[in-house]
Design a protein around this ligand. Structure first.
Ligand SMILES: [Zn+2]
Length: 321
């Protein structure tokens, strides 16, 4: 009896590298994770990816011929058609690196490489909150902001493969908040993990007081999503105010996305969603205030359903896109 072929995903991140065998329903059969890839050269990371996959196959008594393909999520810009990385702020190197060709030399099955947020969007579309929809916009809000666009059941990648970089759309010019791209007031400069130290500094300078007992060696650069989460949970007015400002800016971002795409669904994922119901409700509230009577059909704004392995599962799903 011929066994149904299985999917294989690799999620290359700035802190962890994971590989997994995934069934065609998006369920993880087995996976392996390492954290020691960050300082390695591109070629060494490729070797490591191949040996992780081979190890998974071996311990599950499978062969490469049992795989449909190998899909990879890359944490930065990709030239999708050529499988060449353009740049990433999450890893050293990987500038104009032929990642797909390098991996194809290691495998006999096809290899696909795409941006990691695109992979997550595909995962939500196939197996998560986007099931049953024709189109959706996925936004992940963590240290940075990434996104993926599903139009008519396909990932929309644009000319180069960099479509959906909503993190670099400008929402607050004149704010003094400078993005990693050098522009002022990008969504990413105002409303994700990267923005939090600056928001803390601004609020403090404006006279806001925190109830959090700060460590002796505290300085505002230590403020991250988890730090603000603790503040929110303990009723700290400064943390709550930062959360509200971030939510309002994301609400503006979603409003702009709505006007551009008129999607039936926006899915939100990423670490800052751990801020909870008050955060996502504030995002919705800002969105609906701006969109007011311009919504003619229902649009849902929901939390991602597929969790921390969305990037891994989505990378594998590139084979069945
Ligand atoms: Zn930017």
């Amino acid at each position: 009896m011929a066994m149904e072929k299985i999917l294989c995903g690799i999620d290359l991140g700035g802190t962890k590298l994971s590989a997994g065998l995934i069934d065609t329903n998006g369920r993880i059969i087995d996976k392996t994770v390492v954290f020691d890839h960050v300082t390695k050269s591109e070629d060494m990371v490729v070797d490591q990816m191949a040996s992780m996959v081979n190890h998974l196959l071996f311990r599950n008594s499978l062969n490469e011929s049992d795989l449909m393909a190998v899909g990879v999520g890359f944490p930065g810009h990709m030239r999708y058609r050529d499988g060449i990385t353009i740049t990433t702020s999450n890893l050293e190197g990987f500038k104009n690196y032929p990642l797909r060709d390098a991996l194809m030399k290691k495998f006999t099955v096809p290899v696909m490489v795409d941006n990691d947020a695109n992979a997550q969007a595909l995962c939500e579309f196939k197996f998560g909150a986007g099931q049953g929809y024709e189109s959706l916009i996925f936004l992940t809000i963590s240290t940075g902001i990434g996104a993926g666009i599903i139009l008519n059941k396909k990932l929309y990648r644009g000319l180069t493969g960099t479509a959906g970089e909503f993190g670099h759309t400008i929402v607050k010019p004149g704010s003094g908040l400078i993005c990693t791209c050098g522009n002022e007031g990008c969504l990413m400069a105002c409303a994700c993990g990267r923005a939090l130290p600056n928001l803390w500094r601004e609020k403090t300078e404006a006279g806001y007081k925190t109830k959090i007992k700060l460590a002796e060696d505290f300085d505002y650069t230590m403020v991250d999503g988890k730090f603000i989460k603790k503040g929110i949970d303990t009723g700290d007015p400064l943390s709550t105010s930062i959360m509200n400002d971030c939510a309002d800016i994301i609400g503006i971002g979603l409003y702009n996305i709505f006007q551009a795409f008129n999607p039936p669904l926006i899915v939100l994922g990423g670490g800052l969603l751990s801020w909870g119901e008050a955060y996502i409700n504030r995002i919705r509230s800002k969105f609906y205030t701006l969109a007011k009577n311009m919504i003619f059909d229902r649009i849902d704004i929901v939390e991602a359903a597929t969790g921390a392995d969305a990037g891994l599962i989505g990378a594998a799903a590139l084979a069945i896109e």
